[in-house]
Write a protein that binds this ligand. Structure first.
Ligand SMILES: [Zn+2]
Length: 507
């Protein structure tokens, strides 16, 4: 429904990227904390030890966890800054493994990527606030799935305080397939330079692109060379007038799989339909990057069909990473929910002028794209709730019962919707996951250790254990007792550097 716009957002940065060459790629880490911090008298919630939640203390030294004392009354080491966690809960920093930092929620592509004059002044403020908005909701590590604009990622990493950021480099669409199909034929190969060549389509691929530079092995090597930790590819036959897009066959996916394994990269596939997720499972991808809200011929069926259940059983048994991304549809629904823009958290994560614009008729341009006939809000809500929302929830509920390997990922923003705001969208996703039947423990694991393991970051992140990076969140409530605990953050540490929650809000 919205993919045309996703493409618009991809096209603009790529068209303009050549005008603004990236200056240097060396990454310094401005995240640096004091030498020693002693967080004491706190309940330590770490995913490897949830059966025994003890009161204790954690020592941070030079950005790392230097001691974990699971007993009361341990003495603070000399010279340490002491932080009392009395009555509070300490958790590992949260990980959102599906974001798109270069895309600005709610905006038309040209507003963000067009000529300078077309840019509202608040876009600059939005990007300045972006790292802190994720931290405001406890997200200390992010994975960007398609580096459509390197400058944004570089600037994010240079911010005074920012979540750790990994990326999947340039994504791997199949020649002329989704999502490059939405770009005009003259430019689409320029826009998606890491596409996979298809000899059957040789006549519609410009001659300057040599097949040998666009094999699965070459495309995977390019991601590795750019510093990516994952491969993002797609299986999408299209919809509406764009049905029957070219898609890769199992042979191509097998080659990508082999190359990703050789290079030690995580293989992720965009797949939101039954058809696509079955293909992804058969091709042994590591991560399915969406929930399944398109059931194809089964769309109208009230119960989860046996055919779909069999694929979900495989996803659970084979421990394929599953990003439910329920906020994709909720983000569209936000335009038809008069309460959405009234949320008190919104002014914390975006500039006031941006919110004002969202509230204006022009700021609701995307609503007209979603409901061109001025369909009443109530009818739109019901249509979404009975269709994609219901199907997405049924699938997640089934997978929750099968203890699938859920990975917390929001796809922020998944469309140019104002319904997917940084940081806040993660909190809303958690509420959706709970409403779909995930236990609080499943949500907690999905956003910590499951993500850390899947993306091979678990030697550094994901638990509160000796030697790991001191990315931590202090909460007033236990996230194992209620999902709203994630909105009771007192302080966040990034590489040992402490920030109070208030200091992370826009105002
Ligand atoms: Zn995405």
């Amino acid at each position: 429904m919205t993919d045309r716009w996703i493409i618009g957002m991809r096209i603009f940065p790529l068209l303009f990227a050549s005008l603004f060459p990236v200056e240097g790629s060396a990454q310094s880490s401005p995240n640096r904390g004091p030498e020693r911090t002693w967080i004491t008298d706190v309940r330590i919630l770490s995913p490897e030890k949830l059966d025994r939640i003890e009161r204790g203390s954690v020592l941070i030294e030079n950005g790392r966890i230097a001691r974990v004392e699971r007993r009361k009354g341990a003495k603070p080491p000399a010279g340490a800054t002491v932080v009392s966690g009395d009555g509070q809960f300490l958790i590992p920093g949260l990980i959102d493994s599906h974001v798109h930092l270069a895309s600005v929620p709610g905006t038309r592509p040209e507003m963000n990527f067009g000529p300078a004059g077309a840019k509202p002044t608040w876009i600059k403020e939005y990007f300045k606030q972006l790292p802190r908005s994720y931290l405001y909701f406890g997200y200390t590590t992010l994975v960007d799935l398609a580096a459509i604009d390197r400058r944004v990622l570089d600037e994010f990493r240079q911010a005074p305080l920012h979540p750790d950021l990994c990326d999947c480099g340039e994504s791997l669409p199949f020649a002329n397939g989704y999502p490059m199909s939405f770009a005009p034929p003259e430019v689409r190969f320029q826009l998606f330079p890491n596409f996979i060549y298809d000899p059957k389509q040789a006549s519609s691929i410009p001659a300057q692109y040599r097949p040998e530079d666009h094999t699965p092995a070459a495309a995977v090597a390019a991601v590795k060379a750019s510093g990516g930790i994952c491969i993002k590819t797609y299986f999408e036959r299209g919809f509406g007038a764009d049905r029957n897009l070219p898609v890769m066959g199992p042979d191509v996916l097998a080659d990508i799989r082999q190359a990703a394994t050789q290079r030690g990269l995580v293989l992720m596939m965009h797949a939101n339909s039954f058809d696509a997720q079955r293909f992804a499972v058969d091709g042994h991808v590591d991560v399915i990057a969406h929930g399944m809200w398109n059931w194809g011929d089964f769309d109208k069926q009230a119960d989860l069909p046996g055919e779909i259940r069999r694929v979900l059983d495989q996803i659970a048994e084979e421990k394929i990473g599953y990003q439910a991304t329920l906020q994709v549809i909720q983000g569209l629904r936000a335009y038809f929910d008069p309460e959405y823009l009234k949320m008190t958290a919104i002014p914390k994560v975006i500039p006031p002028e941006m919110l004002e614009w969202f509230e204006s008729p022009d700021g609701k341009w995307f609503k007209k794209e979603l409901a061109p006939d001025n369909t009443p809000d109530r009818v739109m809500r019901e249509g979404l709730d009975k269709g994609p929302v219901r199907r997405g929830h049924q699938v997640v509920s089934y997978l929750a019962g099968k203890h699938a390997n859920f990975l917390f990922g929001t796809d922020t923003p998944s469309a140019p919707t104002y319904g997917n705001l940084p940081g806040l969208n993660g909190y809303l996703e958690m509420q959706q996951l709970q409403a779909s039947g995930l236990s609080l423990e499943q949500i907690f694991r999905a956003a910590t250790i499951n993500n850390a393991r899947e993306f091979k970051l678990d030697s550094q992140l994901g638990t509160i254990e000796l030697g790991k990076i001191a990315n931590l969140v202090l909460l007033k409530k236990s996230p194992l007792e209620s999902v709203d605990a994630y909105d009771t953050i007192v302080a966040v540490w990034v590489h040992g550097r402490q920030a109070s929650r208030g200091s992370l809000a826009f105002n």
